[in-house]
Design a protein around this ligand. Structure first.
Ligand code: NAD
Length: 476
């Protein structure tokens, strides 16, 4: 399998560049494509194009820009099969999950297109009028991770462009293909310079966060990199939205039916081979049903097929890259070295590909690495609790505060528990309920600011207050 001719989009043109970066298939570790490695001069060109395109784009009516966002939704749907094929090749999520991402990205554009940026009139009296407006920032730099390349791109692009900004978007060097293809597909929809897509390594990300002509950085990735982004952005006081890592707890109350909820808990933890920022990463189960939930989870996990995502019948692919593979392997080694018991998995074979078996750890100590560190791979610790206050304290005892979930037949009680979690999102009896009109962001070291909803849209704007005093007409 080989994909050729991937190009960047700069100022409405297809651009090649540099010696190039190899893109590997995570199941075979074979090179499947070589993509441009943008030079500093090419980034400057992309930023200059975005800056030049900005006045005309910002001057369009909201309705005109809305039509473009809807056209992007249509273009995604028209090219679903090809985008999904490229997605699976580079990311290794099996085909159904890749198509799902294209669908959600397209629906997301429809959701974002519902928004307006109304002018709020604070006062309209005889003496004066006070109004609050929201103006676009200018050039937005967007930096994305490798776990959901298309959705992460659309989550940034759709609201930023709707609000009147232009964009320079950098996909992860591990998964640039789907995003580069998207740039090509949108060439005849967006005016030159409005959306520029550049591929390259981490240094390119740093150039974006340093660039004096970029007014805002929207970043999704690890907490460690997020801190670097904020530090670099501070030099020019760029606005930042940072969507970072999580170590999300799920709390299962004693009143649930273990067999009935096992599939939802399993997929909440392991979808996309657990490479989801808000996946269940610590599963707290009441001691009265711990054994039953553990048994049902393991039984369900045994029905799930791990393999090359491009093959029929595969449910979960490998992890996406060697760096992550080594990190997850290290966590498994640590758990084994410390005598922790695996209910499933735990051993990684030497065969090619970044395959980690579904691994479920039986009640490891609360301070063990497998509990305190975000694996971002298919390793789930199950943890016992007896007391509600105690489990809430344990769930909150983390530097992360991205998401969490509570599972119970008593939805009101679950919601009360949810209100005590120090996280940006809480899901009750469901997972991954992302909505274009509901804000999403992290507390504590899981992020700064939010994406989605009106609040997310406003993060792509500056607030402008205009007060106007009516002058007394000059007599005569
Ligand atoms: P990462 O931080 O390694 O990389 C993310 C992006 O930042 C990549 O495009 C990378 O090239 C770029 N980058 C690296 N160094 C940079 C620098 N110094 N300056 C600017 N850009 C730089 O993250 P990753 O490994 O790609 O993604 C996994 C992490 O992302 C996990 O921690 C996960 O929880 C998190 N994540 C968070 C969300 C969310 O919405 N909160 C969503 C998905 C993933």
């Amino acid at each position: 399998m080989r994909f050729d001719n991937f190009v960047m989009t700069i100022n409405g043109r297809k651009v090649t560049g540099g010696a190039g970066l190899d893109v590997l298939n995570p199941a075979t570790e074979e090179v499947i494509a070589r993509v441009p490695d943008a030079s500093k001069a090419q980034l400057d060109e992309a930023v200059a194009a975005a800056k030049a395109a900005f006045p005309a784009w910002a001057a369009l009516s909201m309705d005109d820009r809305r039509k473009k966002i809807l056209a992007i939704a249509g273009r995604l749907q028209e090219n679903k099969a090809e985008l999904a094929r490229i997605f699976t090749a580079e990311q290794e999520r099996p085909h159904g999950g890749a198509e799902w991402e294209v669908d959600v990205a397209s629906q997301w554009c429809h959701g974002v297109a519902q928004f307006d940026l109304p002018v709020e009139v604070i006062e309209d009296s005889e003496e004066r009028r006070v109004e609050v407006r929201h103006t676009p920032i200018g050039v937005v730099g967007a930096i994305a991770p490798w776990n959901a390349p298309l959705l992460m791109a659309i989550w940034k692009m759709a609201p930023a462009l709707l609000a009147g900004n232009c964009m320079v978007l950098k996909p992860s060097p591990f998964t640039p293909l789907t995003t580069l293809k998207l740039g090509e597909l949108l060439l005849d929809i967006l005016p030159p310079g409005v959306l520029n897509i550049v591929s390259g390594g981490n240094e390119l990300g740093q150039w974006i966060t340093d660039h004096p002509d970029i007014g805002k950085v929207s970043f999704t990735g690890s907490t460690a990199t997020g801190k670097r982004v904020m530090e670099s952005a501070a030099k020019t006081l760029k606005r930042v939205t940072l969507e970072l890592g999580g170590n999300d707890a799920a709390i299962v109350l004693p009143d649930v039916d273990p067999k009935a909820i096992a599939p939802a808990l399993f997929w909440g933890a392991f979808f996309n081979s657990a490479q989801v920022c808000v996946a269940i990463k610590r599963l707290y189960i009441h001691s009265s049903i711990y054994d039953a939930v553990a048994r049902e989870l393991v039984e369900f996990a045994r029905t799930v097929t791990v393999g090359d995502g491009s093959q029929q019948g595969v449910d979960l692919g490998p992890v996406q890259n060697r760096m992550q593979f080594e990190k997850v392997k290290d966590l498994l080694d640590d758990a084994r070295a410390n005598g922790q018991k695996f209910l499933l998995g735990g051993e990684v074979s030497d065969s090619p590909g970044y395959f980690i078996p579904i691994s479920i750890v039986d009640n490891p100590p609360e301070k063990s690495r497998v509990v305190t560190e975000e694996a971002f791979g298919p390793v789930l610790p199950l943890l016992k609790y007896d007391d509600l206050d105690d489990v809430i304290a344990r769930a909150n005892d983390s530097e992360s505060g991205l998401g969490g979930s509570v599972w119970s037949n008593d939805v009101d009680k679950a919601r009360e528990i949810g209100q005590r979690l120090q996280t940006g999102t809480v899901w009750i009896n469901e997972m991954f309920a992302f909505l274009p009109n509901a804000p999403f962001g992290g507390h504590k070291q899981s992020g700064v600011g939010v994406e989605h909803g009106m609040e997310g849209l406003l993060e792509f704007t500056n607030t402008q207050t205009i007060t106007s005093r009516r002058l007394t007409p000059v007599a005569g």
